[in-house]
Write a new protein. Sequence first.
Length: 174
Amino acid sequence: MTDPHFKRAVVLLIEHQSQGSFGFLINRPAGISFQGVAEELGLETSPGEVPDLPVLTGGPIAPHTGWIVFDPKGVELPEDGAVSVSHGLSVSASRDLLQTIAKGQGPARRLLALGYAGWDAGQLDEELKRGTWIPVDLEEAIVFDTPYEQRWSASLDKLGIDPARLVSHSLPEA
């Protein structure tokens, strides 16, 4: 992919419908700490320590928005909403959940994505047909446990693909 936003990107696809698609890049650190986010938003934090919460650049669209990607097991879901992606992964834009995390509580497995990646109706399907993306089944361990710099190769490894053997190409437009 020639777009620098998506070169070697790992995208966690949240919705893929006829109206369009929506997801987050999960292998691009945002260059801001959660403490910086908490201060910017005026969140109350636990005395003496702000929890470590990975902050990622979720995509080029609406970078001022924040989305919490988390494992919902054993967590009370926020009243203002959460989308279940799988048994072990949910997404929320809840300020209340963010505040809970800032106080050192909430889900143990979590990350904050700033912005998102989006596709218009049919756009992602066309990109998949052209081979722009390599779809991989969701694995929560890659989302939460794998270091950022290894998520791309770990995703390809799930399919038995050696990243060194990938060749960049463009198919002619149909």
